[in-house]
Design a protein around this ligand. Structure first.
Ligand code: BGC
Length: 254
């Protein structure tokens, strides 16, 4: 397989998924394999699960030596995970990239999950060819954000943790808050309105893109928002992390 092929792995709070990606088209070349995230989310346990997953994915694609990109829900700076909003605090300050390379016996590239999703949308999705400032948000357990300017990613923006009304606003406006508090679409949209208006006031973006699994129900909540900035659903939703991690692994190797 050519250098336009890579493996992307997306580590989340409940599941770890991966697949082989064709980077010339932004499509999956293998079936997506998903394993449950080990309880407690400790680094060593996650490395073991990723090892199993990588073996399954590589065997299926008969491709042992492809670049591997891994995305994770934390600030990732120079291969180190620097935060742990919804994961074990054992990740704070951890040399994660090195740990995975040692465990997997394979070079990898480690990135923030929302950055991976944003990069995927810039290469193969809703942000492709869009000039100016684009903010992608993923609405899931937390709120992940990716900031792009003329297609260039500014990593680790962490705008899900904006303080609004004195609280870390992902605790109010993430999809997990809707589920936890059993909010109607209207009620949840009220919180999203506050969140996106704040982003709008701070960044004057040209486009908002909304990702995460819930974005498949975008017609239930995006029309309820009243913003100056166009707001549209992501194209890749659940595969965005896999696609972006794979693409960034190749970009980083080049
Ligand atoms: C984390 C981010 C992550 C986002 C989405 C937030 O709680 O701080 O790093 O991108 O959740 O998973």
């Amino acid at each position: 397989m050519s250098s336009t092929t890579a493996i992307g792995i997306d580590i989340g709070g409940t599941g770890i998924k991966g697949a082989v990606v064709d980077l010339s088209t932004g499509t999956l070349l293998s079936e997506r394999v998903k394993l449950p995230t080990p309880k407690g989310g400790r680094p060593a346990d996650i490395v073991d699960t990723v090892k199993d997953l990588l073996k399954t994915v590589s065997d299926k694609a008969a491709a042992p030596d492809l670049p591997v990109g891994i995305c994770f829900p934390a600030i990732v700076k120079n291969g180190h995970t620097m935060s742990a909003a919804n994961v074990s605090d054992k990740w704070i300050g951890l040399a994660a990239e090195k740990l995975f390379e040692k465990g997997l016996g394979h070079p990898i590239h480690f990135v923030n999950d929302a950055d991976a999703a944003g990069y995927a949308e810039s290469q193969f999705g809703a942000a492709k060819g869009v000039p100016g400032v684009v903010i992608l948000t993923t609405l899931g357990t937390g709120i992940g954000t990716a900031l792009l300017n003329d297609g260039i990613l500014v990593p680790n923006t962490e705008l899900g943790h904006l303080q609004i009304d004195g609280v870390d606003y992902e605790t109010r406006a993430a999809y997990s808050a809707k589920e936890r508090e059993d909010l109607s679409w209207e009620k949840w949209a009220g919180r999203l309105q506050k969140y996106y208006s704040t982003l709008e006031a701070l960044f004057s973006p040209d486009l908002f893109i909304v990702g995460g699994g819930v974005s498949k129900h975008h017609h239930q909540f995006l029309p309820l928002l009243n913003l100056k900035t166009p707001i549209i659903p992501a194209v890749h939703r659940n595969n965005a992390g896999i696609l972006g991690a794979a693409a960034l692994a190749v970009k980083n190797r080049a």
